[in-house]
Design a binder for this molecule. Structure first.
Ligand code: NAD
Length: 432
């Protein structure tokens, strides 16, 4: 280990993603509208809008070359009225406290829309995982976990993977927490490898849920998945599995993208072959039997279903004007700005919002937590059947709320969620 007084972590000074569009304000504008329509008590409104706990941690790490580097991490609890804070951990250079706040809030609403007994939380570390070695990532994860020992817990706060983290990250987190507790605590985290307490079907759950949401939206709005043209932005966990699930339903996945670029094939991409190609090359770019596509054109390509599955604020008032999809199914959290929502609504584009469309992931995380606490693990078919049932139920709840109030699916989803959390908070009463 060497001490270098010149050493500064470049990532600390990088501008946060979407600095011009504040993700938390984007969430709050939808919350305010739904709360107004529900005629929610003004005091309760204040309480439900604000995260209840925000923790910042400094994470010193010895890098592979012996330097000490300092990373900054966050963990935010938005609301825990219905159960432990639940939400992923993001490793990305664009992480900011406002982004983590927004993501934590979306988790509260998502868990309530899916009607699972969790509150909302989220975490993040400002770092670029693609530029870090496996050892450096492990040390960041372990120190981040150790700093949060008082915050985390199977009954308090249960993390999961998000952008830049995966089942290996969760295994390190589970091990660190367990070492501090002096016994193995599998239910501290979800999205773990199956052999150490993970659930069958968890890796596929978000993408499977996106497909189910798209299928149900298609039924309601005259688009059959058989032969439907689908475009997917982002080809990580959510994007790649969504593409696979749509492909398996007979849809034609005509374009996909990742951070390196985009590809298309109007006759439909061979998704299983593409998955094998990406496993080897780490990018969709250069896939045989496809032609390159300008990444910015992916969102406006002529298709039936568009799945943004990358990051926030991708669909803006500017590009929304040119969107030709009939249905947008939000695999990512917060991919559409509130200004874009207005444009899309005027154009008659159906938007299935994040807090419903990608709720399959947290639903199977809930199943994983339940299985860990029981110490009894379910067959994959059982997981998938329960997920199917809960996605269809939640889609129906939101569709009925939208129809009853003449509002978009997004505002209806917030109304369903806020109503559930507000009711439970009122039942519990205010401890003062
Ligand atoms: P991931 O890290 O596995 O994949 C992210 C993908 O997005 C990668 O393919 C990356 O190359 C791509 N990407 C990044 N910037 C891009 C850009 N500008 N244009 C096109 N592609 C870009 O992450 P993930 O777990 O798939 O998460 C994706 C989104 O889904 C996030 O918004 C996340 O919060 C949300 N989400 C994830 C889960 C889950 O279970 N993993 C659940 C619910 C919601």
């Amino acid at each position: 280990m060497t001490f270098n007084p010149e050493s500064t972590s470049g990532v600390l000074h990088r501008p946060a993603r979407g600095a011009a569009i504040n993700a938390f304000e984007e969430m709050a504008s939808r919350f305010d509208e739904a709360a107004r329509l529900l005629k929610l008590d003004a005091g309760l409104c204040k309480v439900l809008r604000e995260p209840i706990k925000e923790v910042k941690v400094a994470i010193p790490v010895i890098m592979d070359d012996g330097r000490i580097e300092l990373f900054i991490g966050y963990r935010v609890h938005h609301n825990i009225a219905r159960g432990p804070a639940k939400g992923g951990i993001r490793y990305d250079p664009g992480v900011s406290l406002d982004e983590v706040r927004a993501l934590a809030s979306w988790m509260t609403w998502k868990c309530a829309v899916m009607n699972i007994p969790f509150g909302g939380g989220k975490g993040g570390v400002i770092c670029d995982p693609r530029k870090l070695s496996r050892g450096e990532l492990e040390r960041i994860t372990r120190r981040y976990t150790a700093e949060l020992m008082d915050v985390l817990g199977p009954e308090k706060d249960v993390p999961a993977p998000d952008v830049g983290t995966d089942s290996q990250t969760m295994a390190w987190l589970m091990d660190t927490y367990s070492m501090h507790m002096r016994h193995t605590v599998t239910s501290i985290v979800t999205g773990k490898p199956i052999s150490i307490g993970g659930s069958r079907g968890r890796v596929e759950a978000t993408g499977r849920g996106v497909m189910i949401a798209g299928r149900e939206a298609g039924k309601a709005h005259g688009v059959s998945l058989e032969g439907a043209r689908v475009a997917v932005q982002g080809f990580g966990n959510v994007g790649s599995i969504s593409a696979k699930m749509f492909f398996l339903q007979g849809a034609k996945v005509i374009a996909v993208s990742d951070v390196s670029g985009a590809i298309q094939n109007t006759a439909g991409l061979d998704v299983p072959a593409l998955l094998e190609y990406v496993a080897k090359t780490k990018t969709v770019v250069g896939f045989p039997a496809s032609t390159p596509l300008d990444a910015s054109d992916l969102l406006t390509i002529d298709c039936d279903i568009l799945v943004p599955a990358a990051l926030e604020n991708q669909i803006t008032a500017e590009n929304a004007r040119d969107i030709r999809a009939k249905i947008i199914v939000e695999g990512a959290n917060g991919p559409t700005t509130s200004d874009a929502d207005e444009v899309l609504q005027k154009k008659g584009v159906i938007v299935i919002p994040d807090i419903l469309a990608n709720g399959g992931g947290v639903t199977v995380s809930y199943f994983e937590w339940v299985q860990d606490r029981m110490g009894f693990f379910w067959r994959e078919q059982e997981v998938n059947e329960r997920l199917e049932e809960m996605m269809v139920q939640s889609f129906g709840d939101v569709r009925d709320m939208a129809a009853a109030n003449g509002v978009s699916y997004r505002i209806a989803a917030y109304m369903v969620a806020i109503q559930r959390v507000a009711y439970d908070m009122q039942m519990r009463g205010l401890y003062a």
